[in-house]
Design a protein around this ligand. Structure first.
Ligand SMILES: [Zn+2]
Ligand SMILES: [Zn+2]
Length: 271
């Protein structure tokens, strides 16, 4: 039955995206280049990826002393490298970034390096101002792994009014390759938090190398670009959240692989 279930999902939601991914060009903790990670994702069956390297407030690989525009260009190298490879092998590559505030992190989608180069004020923005600026530009702020417990995160801080959604699955928390000390409990907390505040959820893996972790989001249609992704998530289009082995509805309800049942009113092509 489990196999039937997976086949059924593949038929209904054939477009799979990795939404949380780092490259060595953009992130100091990234182990492989954008091109290498793109190739690995293509092989693993993803339709597309969002390159979300760590920004100036996080573990960025781009020299913070560079003038703003040069910094952005340097920062976007992993994305551009992945994009060139993507064109060759048929993988859609979109730009995003992970914004750090003393360990609290947010994934930003729907904007481009060109937009970022024109908005240096973002560098000084606090969490609330970041949301205002990104929202005005048509982008989306997602609280990344809000309940992760790690030494680099001094304390859990929540900003339900300053985000557009919550990362409800972070596959690095459950994949044995990376899950040291984690068990998926913090993702469960994240899904409950999103549900309480009626915030949409995303799913990704926090990929840092070609060792992929199996998370992502599956859609019934192909996503055109970052702005289209924002529309799909904020507009409540149908999609699924994928952990390494488990599937969840977009509202964070775990789907039962034994019966191939979709939760009530969810997972249908035309709700
Ligand atoms: Zn990192
Ligand atoms: Zn990350």
């Amino acid at each position: 039955m489990k196999q039937l279930f997976t086949e059924e999902i593949g038929k209904r939601f054939p477009y799979l995206y990795e939404t949380h991914l780092h490259t060595s060009q953009g992130s100091a903790c990234g182990r492989n280049t954008g091109a290498e990670v793109a190739e690995a994702c293509k092989k693993a069956g993803y339709t597309g990826i969002f390159v979300t390297d760590h920004n100036w407030g996080g573990n960025t690989a781009a020299d913070r002393s560079l003038p703003w525009r040069e910094w952005v260009e340097r920062f976007a190298q992993g994305y551009r490298d992945a994009g060139r490879m993507g064109e060759r092998i048929g993988l859609d590559v979109f730009f995003g970034w992970e914004a750090g505030y003393q360990g609290t992190e947010f994934l930003i989608y729907g904007l481009t390096p060109e937009w970022l180069a024109d908005h240096p004020e973002l560098r000084e923005a606090d969490v609330e101002r970041q949301h205002t600026i990104v929202k005005q530009a048509g982008g989306m702020v997602i609280h990344a792994h809000p309940f992760r417990k790690e030494a680099y995160i001094p304390r859990i801080r929540l900003f339900p009014e300053a985000v557009d959604g919550v990362e409800g699955v972070n596959a690095s928390h459950t994949n044995p390759l990376t899950a040291s000390g984690h068990n998926g409990e913090s993702d469960q907390q994240a899904r409950e938090y999103a549900a309480v505040h009626s915030l949409p959820m995303t799913a990704g893996s926090d990929v840092h190398s070609i060792r992929l972790l199996g998370g992502g989001m599956a859609f019934p249609r192909r996503i055109k670009d970052g702005a289209d992704f924002v529309r799909a998530v904020k507009g409540g289009e149908d999609y699924l959240l994928k952990d390494r082995e488990a599937w969840y509805s977009r509202r964070g309800i775990r789907m039962d692989g034994e019966t191939a049942d979709f939760p009530e009113g969810e997972g249908r092509m035309n709700p």
